[in-house]
Ligand binder design. Structure first.
Ligand code: ZN
Length: 141
């Protein structure tokens, strides 16, 4: 942990998964954050041969959605990605290393998925709190 010595200085220290905000002398706030992912789909491919072992019907495409979380609450999405996996030779390929035919199948599976709304639940929560703050400020008493 990094301690702030200068009370006038406002510093932010980035450590592994923990954001430390130094407000003033002796006071700091720890914010736990990081990146997580959830599996959206795992689809078996038929009619596509494995580029490594040549077996057919043993390839699958997995698509995952990644998000940034704060205190394990999803804040916002940072997109989808995926990989292919062969059940015979256990080779895993990411999009960049897939040959043409496999990449087309990957794009088809990717298009059939969408990012879940709850990956933005932190932003939604902030928006709702902002609206409540706005309404309570401008309601005549
Ligand atoms: Zn294979």
């Amino acid at each position: 942990m990094v301690r702030s010595r200068d009370s006038k200085e406002y510093r932010i220290t980035l450590q592994i998964g923990i954001l430390v905000l130094h407000y003033c002398k002796g006071f700091e706030m720890l914010i736990h954050f990081g990146r997580k992912e959830t599996e959206l789909v795992n689809e078996q491919l038929f009619g596509v041969n494995c580029p490594e072992c040549g077996n057919s019907g043993r390839l699958s495409i997995t698509i995952v959605a990644r998000y940034v979380h704060m205190f394990w609450i999803p804040l916002f999405s940072i997109g989808r990605t995926g990989f292919s996996y062969c059940g015979s030779c256990r080779q895993e390929l990411n999009k960049r290393n897939m040959p043409g035919g496999l990449q087309h199948a990957y794009q088809d599976v990717l298009r059939s998925t969408s990012i879940p709304w709850w990956h933005f639940s932190g932003l939604i929560l902030v928006g709702v709190l902002f609206l409540i703050g706005l309404i309570t400020t401008y309601i005549p008493k």
